[in-house]
Design a protein around this ligand. Structure first.
Ligand SMILES: Cc1ncc(COP(=O)(O)O)c(C=O)c1O
Length: 392
């Protein structure tokens, strides 16, 4: 029993939690959703205590601008990723998606081509389309059971005269890749050669497995840093997703001014006071908790793989290098996307994120950030439902 991650979580039906609400008003008793990317784990005790004190105070003014917040981020990224940043590179946003949308508007013009690497987190599609830019897909390719970038196709897309930006998902949601330094360097060389700005979403960077260390795109070199922004947050790391707190880190002064102006134009110029305090305490005090979390996620991944290999050997699961998101190919069930979702939800009580929404027909994304007992119960339900259907 892990003292943090095996704790039972009470059902959260009808209490303003998106992941639970997505199951509808009357989900089957005992079913825990494994979809939206937040965790069924409580935040570290030090964060809970700090937020309890803040809650009890009853005084929740706008978040301030103290050095503490900026120093917590600077120390965290320097310690963990060897990236030394300045306080005035940091722009606070209500979340990384807010920052991505602002970056699209700040660094590209309407109609410009923006490259994304699919399948990918659905708000990337929206950040391009909803801002009136042109979506250019650079599909990832499966090589020997692992997703890789298709650099020939990438160069083709980046070299088009109307392409001005690329949104990088690093580590990648949903395929679970942690891009190597060499891969990122190659992306950077191509982007620099073709004058393409990089918007690098690194929100999952703290959840990489030890044999797959994260490289911050901007840390690759000065030229790379000059032509990019990095999105980061403490929300995935410490179970704070609802606290509306993200950061865009922009090493170049002119770029920083442009993005800051765009964030201001969006009308949401800061982040929440609860999220601010949680980030400070998390980055200052809770690194050992994150180490345990990453190890626990690896065991959940192993548990999923062992079960599936035993009962569903025809189902392929992408190797998990980082994130807590498992990308699973259910195409051997021979169900179309709608029928697959209906089967999993209605017959197996398994609420996953639909791969089709990411650009992956036949796939589902399973959130591994839950107590192991929740995961094994979900897998047992899947097996029983598949047996009833004659799928195994
Ligand atoms: C790649 C990626 N970026 C951003 C987000 C959400 O960030 P925020 O809640 O800070 O807007 C997620 C959440 O799943 C994500 O996977």
């Amino acid at each position: 029993m892990n003292q943090f991650f095996d704790q039972p979580i009470p059902p959260r039906i009808g209490v303003e939690v998106e992941k639970w609400d997505l199951m509808g008003p009357n989900p089957q008793p005992g079913v825990v959703p494994l979809s939206v990317a937040d965790m069924e784990f409580r935040s570290p005790p030090a964060i809970i205590q700090a937020l309890e004190e803040m809650a009890r105070s009853g005084l929740w003014g706008y978040a301030g601008w103290s050095d503490r917040y900026y120093n917590a981020i600077r120390s965290w990224v320097s310690r963990r990723y060897g990236w030394d940043i300045q306080r005035d590179w940091i722009i606070r946003t209500t979340g990384v998606v807010h920052g991505l949308n602002a970056a699209v508007r700040a660094f590209t013009n309407p109609g410009d081509g923006i490259v994304i690497q699919t399948p990918v987190y659905p708000p990337f599609y929206r950040a391009v389309r909803d801002n009136g830019r042109t979506l250019l897909e650079n599909p990832l390719k499966l090589v020997d059971g692992r997703y890789e970038m298709d650099f020939d196709d990438l160069e083709d897309k980046l070299s088009r005269p109307t392409t001005t930006a690329m949104i990088l998902c690093s580590p990648h949601n949903p395929v679970g890749r942690v891009w190597t330094r060499a891969e990122l360097q190659r992306v950077g060389e191509l982007c620099l050669a073709h004058g393409v700005f990089v918007i690098s979403d690194e929100i999952h960077c703290d959840l990489c497995q030890p044999d797959h260390p994260h490289t911050v795109y901007a840390s690759l070199g000065e030229e790379y840093a000059k032509h990019c922004v990095i999105g980061m947050a403490a929300s995935k790391t410490f179970s704070l997703a609802g606290l509306a707190c993200g950061n865009m880190i922009v090493p170049d002064g002119d770029n920083k001014a442009k993005l800051e102006a765009e964030v201001a134009r969006s009308g949401a110029y800061s982040n929440s006071s609860f999220g601010t305090l949680a980030l400070e305490v998390g980055y200052e005090q809770c690194e050992p908790w994150v180490e345990q979390l990453v190890a626990y996620l690896r065991e959940n991944d192993r548990c999923l793989r062992d079960f599936m290999a035993q009962h569903f050997p025809q189902v392929w699961i992408a190797p998990l290098e980082g994130t807590y998101l498992s990308w699973i190919d259910f195409s051997s069930f021979l169900l179309d996307d709608e029928a697959l979702a209906t089967f999993l939800e209605q017959e197996a009580g398994l609420y996953l994120s639909h791969g089709i929404n990411y650009g992956g027909s036949g796939f589902m994304r399973l959130n591994l950030a839950c107590p192991r007992g929740v995961l094994t119960a979900a897998l047992e339900r899947l097996l029983a439902a598949a047996q009833r259907r004659g799928l195994v």
